[in-house]
Ligand binder design. Structure first.
Ligand code: PXP
Length: 241
């Protein structure tokens, strides 16, 4: 395992499958290929509306995958029960709005404090590693620590959008760096995710203190052109120190 890990999010293999209501392309096949070509973990997000990954995918992937499975869930009782049933290796708690195209922004920890606390307590009792998907701000990092999360995943969507649009990234990058330093200082492992491309991964890889990159949409999209093997290998090379 390289010191900086790559988590491959395969949700959008399911998006393509579901667009035609077919049984292919299969997320399980993508998960096993990601494993074969060097992913350190595989991420799936079981959304409340099951728009991409469905319960059957979770069951099959959990059964066959040998590297850690990272399940993204909204903080709800339904998702807590599903996680307790299937026992993924990692759970990342994310916010979820029905109308959004993708996960917009980080968790509102204050609003969901008691429910998140209960979810973390119950899942950690089953030895599941917990991360919280948050914005790069100090108060959410402090709250993640109070809640006894193992890791935080910093939402890099804003930074990546600015970078894609060739806008000024300095302020957002500084926020991310400060957040990473603070989280590391108080003992939280730091991950990054959302909207990451080869080019934004290059910039983020220069920051010390990131342990894991979780990448989906761009990596799966690029696989159409260069194959999933090359897409994974290229990201691994970029994020490796
Ligand atoms: N990390 C988290 C917590 C996410 O919710 C997502 C999107 O589902 C990702 C990483 C991957 O983002 P993207 O698909 O934009 O690479």
């Amino acid at each position: 395992m390289s010191s900086v890990r790559l988590g491959v999010n395969i949700d959008h293999v399911a998006t393509v499958r579901n667009a035609r209501g077919e049984s292919y392309p299969e997320p399980l096949r993508a998960a096993l290929l990601a494993q074969k070509y060097g992913a350190d973990s595989v991420t799936i997000h079981l959304r409340e509306d099951r728009r991409h990954i469905i319960d059957k995918d979770l069951k099959e992937i959990k059964k066959k995958l040998k590297i850690p499975l990272n399940l993204e869930i909204a903080p709800t009782k339904e998702m807590l029960n599903i996680s307790l049933k299937h026992k993924p290796d990692f759970v990342c708690i994310v916010p979820e709005k029905r109308s959004e195209i993708t996960t917009e922004g980080g968790l509102n920890i204050k609003k969901n404090f008691n429910l998140i606390k209960k979810i973390i307590y119950k899942l950690k009792k089953k030895n599941i590693r917990i991360s919280l998907f948050i914005e790069p701000n100090i108060s959410d990092i402090k709250n993640s620590s109070y809640l006894n999360a193992d890791c935080i995943e910093i939402h890099t969507g804003k930074f990546c959008n600015l970078h894609n649009k060739k806008k000024d990234i300095k302020k957002e990058l500084k926020k991310i760096k400060n957040a990473i330093n603070f989280a590391n200082r108080i003992g939280l492992e730091v991950h990054v995710g959302h909207g990451i491309t080869f080019s934004s991964a290059k910039i983020l890889s220069n920051i010390n203190g990131i342990k894991e990159f979780n990448i989906g949409h761009f990596l799966i999209g690029e696989s159409i052109f260069i194959g999933i093997k090359n897409s994974i290998k290229k990201f691994k090379k970029i994020i490796k120190k």
